[in-house]
Design a binder for this molecule. Structure first.
Ligand SMILES: *[C@@H]1O[C@H](CO)[C@@H](O)[C@H](O)[C@H]1NC(C)=O
Ligand SMILES: *[C@@H]1O[C@H](CO)[C@@H](O)[C@H](O)[C@H]1NC(C)=O
Ligand SMILES: *[C@@H]1O[C@H](CO)[C@@H](O)[C@H](O)[C@H]1NC(C)=O
Ligand SMILES: *[C@@H]1O[C@H](CO)[C@@H](O)[C@H](O)[C@H]1NC(C)=O
Ligand SMILES: *[C@@H]1O[C@H](CO)[C@@H](O)[C@H](O)[C@H]1NC(C)=O
Ligand SMILES: *[C@@H]1O[C@H](CO)[C@@H](O)[C@H](O)[C@H]1NC(C)=O
Ligand SMILES: *[C@@H]1O[C@H](CO)[C@@H](O)[C@H](O)[C@H]1NC(C)=O
Ligand SMILES: *[C@@H]1O[C@H](CO)[C@@H](O)[C@H](O)[C@H]1NC(C)=O
Ligand SMILES: *[C@@H]1O[C@H](CO)[C@@H](O)[C@H](O)[C@H]1NC(C)=O
Ligand SMILES: *[C@@H]1O[C@H](CO)[C@@H](O)[C@H](O)[C@H]1NC(C)=O
Length: 442
C-alpha cells in the first residue's frame, strides 16, 4: 500500500501556466470532462440535472454553477446546451427550485445553491430559455422571494432556519449557509436589477447574523456555522467553512460595487483578511476537516464555491484583486499538480499541498474544486458579471416563485391542510420507492 502511494506521488500532475490561456483551457477542459463522469443525466435511465450517488441534489446545483463559470471564463460554449437543460429541468412545478422529488429533504441552503447557479447564468448572459418563467433572473428572484418569505422572527429574532420543512431534522437549527445564500443572491440581484429592496434585505440578514454571533467582528471577521434555536441561538457551533466565508465576502463585495457605501468595502476587506485561515503557504484548504481527514462528500466541494466567491470579490472590489489572484494562482498550480490520479491519469485530489501530488482521493467535489480554482484565475480577463444595464438580457419577474402548489409556500407553521399535503408527498415518494424495490426484487 505504501509503495503504491509512493509510486502515485511520483506521477506528475497537470502542468498549469496561469499566464497561458491555451494551457488553462486545455487543463480545465480535461477536468470538466472528469467532472461530468459523475453526471447521472447521461446514463441510461438517469435523471437530467442530477449527479450519481452519493452526490446530493444541492451539490448538482453547485456543479452546474462551476460549469457556468467554466463556460464564461474559459470561453468555451461546449456545455451550454447541457447546462441549460439541467437548470430548466430541475426547477420544480412552480419554477422556484423546490422540485417534488426533493421536497421531503430540501433545505434552504440546497435551494440557495441552485439560486446561485441561475444568478451566474444571468450575470454571464446565458441565452434565455424558451419558457419565460424559467428565465435565469426570474428563477433567481423566485429562489430569493421564497427564501425571504421563510424569514423567521419566531425564534432568535430573525434568520432562516437550515431546513424548509418542519419534519426534517435540522429544522431547529439556523445556519450561516442558508442565510449567506439569501444575502449573496440578494446582493447580486440588487446590482443586476438596481432595486434597493434587495439591499434592505441584505442589511437585515447581515445585521441578524452579526447580532446573533454568527459573524465575529473585531480583529478577525469569521463566519461560524450556526446555532440551534434553543436558548435564542446562543450556543454557536464555531466551525468555519470556506464557502460561508466566501458567501459573506462576495455578497459584501457586490453590495459595495452597487451602493459604493464604504461600510461594505470594509466588510469585504475584513472577510478577505480573515480568509487567510483557509490557506497554508497560500494554498487553499478546508481547515475544519482536511487536517483531520474527515471531510464528507459535501465538504469536499466547498473549495469550488470559495474559489468562485474569491473571483467575484476580486472583480467587484478591484482593491482586493492582487491579494486574491495570488491566493488563486498558488492554489491552482498546486491543485493542478494533484490532478494525476485515476484511470484517466488526471483525476484531481483533495489535498493540494504544493509538491505532494495526488493524495489518492477522488470525487465530484475534488473535480469541481480544481476546476473552479483554475477557472477563476480568469475572473479579471473577461467582462465583469453583467447587469440589466450593461448587456445582461435575462428576463425579470420580481414577484416570481409563488406558484399554485403548496410546496413553494413558507411552511413555518403547518396547518392541517399542509400536513395532509406533506403526507401525500411522503406517500407518493414512499410508494415509488416501494415500487422500485419490488421492481428490483422481480
Ligand atoms: C501555451 O500552452 C500551449 C498548450 O499547453 C502550448 O502549446 C504553448 O506552447 C504555450 N505557450 C507559451 C508561450 O508558453
Ligand atoms: C472546449 O471544451 C471541449 C469539451 O471540454 C474540449 O474538447 C475543447 O478542446 C475545448 N476547447 C477549447 C478551445 O478549450
Ligand atoms: C424525479 O424522479 C423521477 C424518478 O426517479 C424521475 O423520473 C424524474 O425525472 C425526476 N424529476 C426531477 C425533476 O428530478
Ligand atoms: C423590487 O424588489 C422587491 C422585492 O423583491 C419587489 O417586491 C418589487 O416589486 C421590486 N420593484 C421593482 C420596481 O421591480
Ligand atoms: C434573541 O436574539 C436576538 C438576536 O440576536 C435579540 O435581538 C433578542 O434580543 C434576543 N432575545 C432575548 C430574549 O435574549
Ligand atoms: C452546545 O452545543 C454543543 C454541540 O454543538 C453541545 O455539545 C453542548 O451541550 C451545547 N451546550 C449547551 C449549553 O446547550
Ligand atoms: C496534505 O498533505 C501533506 C503531505 O502529505 C501533509 O503534510 C499535509 O498536512 C496535508 N494537508 C492537509 C490540509 O491535509
Ligand atoms: C465595480 O466593478 C467594476 C467591474 O470590475 C469595476 O470596474 C468598478 O470599479 C467597481 N466599482 C467599485 C465601486 O469598486
Ligand atoms: C511548489 O513546489 C515546487 C517544487 O516542488 C517549487 O519549485 C515551487 O516554487 C513551489 N511553488 C510554490 C508557489 O510554492
Ligand atoms: C446578451 O445576450 C443577448 C441575447 O442573446 C445579446 O443580444 C446581447 O448582445 C448579449 N450581451 C452581451 C454583452 O454580449
Amino acid at each position: 500500500m505504501k509503495v503504491w502511494i509512493l509510486l502515485l506521488s511520483l506521477v506528475h500532475g497537470l502542468y498549469l501556466d496561469p499566464s497561458n490561456l491555451t494551457n488553462l483551457q486545455e487543463n480545465t477542459a480535461l477536468i470538466a470532462k472528469g467532472l461530468l463522469d459523475y453526471y447521472d443525466g447521461k446514463n441510461y435511465g438517469g435523471v437530467i440535472g442530477m449527479f450519481t450517488w452519493p452526490y446530493y441534489w444541492w451539490e448538482a446545483g453547485g456543479a452546474w454553477g462551476s460549469l457556468i463559470e467554466y463556460t464564461a471564463l474559459m470561453e468555451n460554449d461546449t456545455y451550454v446546451p447541457l447546462i441549460k437543460q439541467a437548470l430548466t429541468y430541475q426547477t420544480g412545478d412552480d419554477d422556484n427550485y423546490i422540485p417534488l422529488n426533493q421536497s421531503t429533504t430540501e433545505g434552504n441552503d440546497d435551494q440557495g445553491f441552485w439560486g446561485l447557479a441561475v444568478m451566474s447564468a444571468a450575470e454571464r448572459n446565458f441565452s434565455n430559455p424558451d419558457d419565460p418563467k424559467k428565465a435565469w433572473l426570474t428563477l433567481a428572484q423566485a429562489v430569493f422571494n421564497t427564501m425571504a418569505a421563510r424569514w423567521d422572527t419566531g425564534e432568535c429574532g430573525g434568520g432562516l432556519r437550515w431546513q424548509i420543512f418542519q419534519w426534517n431534522s435540522g429544522y431547529d437549527y439556523k445556519n450561516s449557509v442558508s442565510n449567506g445564500c439569501l444575502f449573496n443572491i440578494g446582493a447580486r440581484l440588487a446590482r443586476y436589477t438596481r432595486n434597493d429592496s434587495y439591499v434592505e434585505w441584505c442589511e437585515r440578514v447581515f445585521d441578524w447574523m452579526y447580532g446573533s454571533g454568527f459573524l465575529t467582528e473585531g480583529e478577525w471577521w469569521f463566519v461560524y456555522d450556526g446555532a440551534k434555536v434553543d436558548n435564542n441561538c446562543s450556543n454557536i457551533t464555531k466551525l468555519q467553512w470556506t464557502y460561508n466565508q466566501g458567501l459573506m465576502m462576495s455578497g459584501s463585495a457586490y453590495l459595495y460595487n452597487y451602493t459604493e457605501d464604504t461600510k461594505w468595502l470594509e466588510r469585504t476587506e475584513h472577510f478577505l483578511e480573515a480568509a487567510q485561515v483557509f490557506f497554508k503557504e497560500d494554498v487553499m484548504y478546508e481547515a475544519a476537516c482536511q487536517p483531520s481527514n474527515s471531510c464528507n462528500q459535501d465538504q469536499r466541494s466547498f473549495k469550488a464555491y470559495f474559489s468562485r466567491f474569491l473571483g467575484q470579490t476580486a472583480v467587484m472590489v478591484p482593491q482586493t484583486y492582487d491579494v486574491i489572484m495570488n491566493y488563486l494562482k498558488t492554489s491552482a498550480i498546486a491543485a493542478a499538480e494533484s490532478c494525476s490520479g485515476g484511470s484517466d491519469g488526471h483525476t484531481c485530489g483533495l489535498n493540494w499541498t504544493n509538491g505532494t501530488g495526488w493524495d489518492g482521493v477522488w470525487g465530484l467535489g475534488e473535480q469541481m474544486s480544481a476546476l473552479e480554482v483554475m477557472t477563476q484565475l480568469r475572473a479579471g480577463d473577461v467582462p465583469a458579471p453583467y447587469t440589466a444595464e450593461n448587456g445582461g438580457s435575462s428576463l425579470a419577474d420580481p414577484a416570481a416563485g409563488f406558484g399554485t402548489s403548496h410546496t413553494d409556500s413558507s411552511p413555518l407553521v403547518l396547518g392541517t391542510k399542509d400536513k395532509a399535503g406533506a403526507g401525500i408527498i411522503t406517500a407518493i415518494i414512499g410508494s415509488s420507492l416501494i415500487g422500485s424495490v419490488v421492481w428490483l426484487v422481480l
